[in-house]
Design a protein around this ligand. Structure first.
Ligand code: ADP
Length: 322
């Protein structure tokens, strides 16, 4: 096996806090191992447009604490076409890039798998606030997003208590209830609505009424965007109960800000391991974490299904939210 001399790194798909810490780890581990590193800007779009930048130890200084990604990110639909993908393979060859680290979510890994099938040595680092990737207990960005949401719930709770009102907080998660469930439980929400389980408005109202009859003066309902519209649910509750409701849509506030220590540690460990795997000749695989140990999982396995929601956690949230 020919030793690798130059590797590339890109961030792709939705940004996640901690991506910068991962880029830093890739660059510094690669240089430590005697490799050249090239940054590819704007994901697969940048690859096709040859947006390459040489990266050195200093290029990744002062970024470990910054959200977003210094390499920028993009969605690139045409990359799904075979002929375009082949152009991407050629662009890598032209630059002498023999190994590639892709930092992103499942979409990015579909692209990475195709590159691997065309002979590119490619390893993935999971970064998505949704934490819905199979093969890893945790993805980079989830812990920061979760803490952002819990922080917002704490603040909204102050007003909810003072004004004795029902607050609906809509959080990210088109097809995954991970953020809603974990933030709802950590934030002490009365009801948690997730895309995996269709909600029943009667049940929510029953819980609200039961709380009021027990002397509860306010209520927090966390809704994942894929479970329904916070505004519509708020209006339904107002019409049915006559109680005033207030709706907050957290939107992109959830994705921003300095990554937590947990995300920085995860990103540092995973980024460094990705480089080691490439040096060892591995390809078509993602670095994951299971029971606090780093593991390696094939892209096919990662992409076979979405990481399942922990139903025990959902049941526990129901029990504790009386
Ligand atoms: P995420 O990585 O956060 O899940 P997306 O689903 O938007 O983000 O995917 C990011 C990019 O990955 C897409 O814009 C596209 O360039 C690439 N991609 C997704 N699916 C494929 C595929 N089947 N083949 C090739 N590239 C893909």
């Amino acid at each position: 096996m020919r030793p690798v001399q130059r590797i590339g790194v890109l961030t792709s798909g939705g940004d996640a806090p901690g991506m910068n810490a991962a880029v830093r780890a890739v660059v510094r581990m690669a240089i430590y191992q005697g490799l050249d590193v090239v940054g590819i800007q704007r994901g697969y779009c940048g690859l096709l447009k040859k947006e390459f930048i040489p990266l050195n130890l200093r290029s990744v200084g002062d970024i470990i604490q910054r959200g977003g990604t210094i390499l920028r990110t993009a969605r690139c639909d045409e990359f799904k076409t075979e002929s375009v993908l082949l152009k991407g393979v050629l662009c890598l060859q032209e630059q002498g890039i023999e190994g590639l680290v892709v930092i992103g979510g499942d979409g990015s890994f579909r692209g990475a798998l195709e590159l691997a099938r065309h002979g590119v040595r490619v390893v993935g680092v999971p970064a998505t606030i949704d934490n819905d990737l199979e093969g890893t207990d945790c993805s980079i960005g989830f812990d920061t997003a979760l803490n952002n949401v819990v922080d917002a719930i704490n603040k909204i709770r102050d007003t909810a208590t003072s004004h004795e009102r029902t607050f609906i907080i809509e959080v990210m998660g088109h097809s995954s209830g991970q953020i809603a469930l974990n933030a709802g439980l950590a934030g002490g929400a009365e009801s948690i609505l997730i895309p995996e389980i269709p909600y029943n408005i009667d049940e929510i109202i029953f819980k609200l009424d039961r709380g009021i009859s027990r002397g509860k003066l306010h209520s927090i309902i966390v809704v994942a965007e894929g479970a329904g519209s916070g505004l519509e649910i708020g209006e339904q509750i107002r019409q049915r109960t006559g109680h005033e409701t207030r709706v907050t849509i957290l939107g992109h506030l959830q994705r921003g800000g300095a990554p937590t220590a947990i995300d920085r540690l995860l990103a540092s460990r995973m980024g460094a391991r990705a480089v080691e795997l490439i040096i060892d000749g591995e390809s078509g695989k993602m670095v994951g974490i299971k029971a606090r140990e780093l593991v390696t999982v094939g892209f096919e396995e990662v992409l076979q299904q979405k990481r399942e929601l922990d139903m025990n956690l959902y049941e526990l949230a129901g029990i504790l939210s009386v």
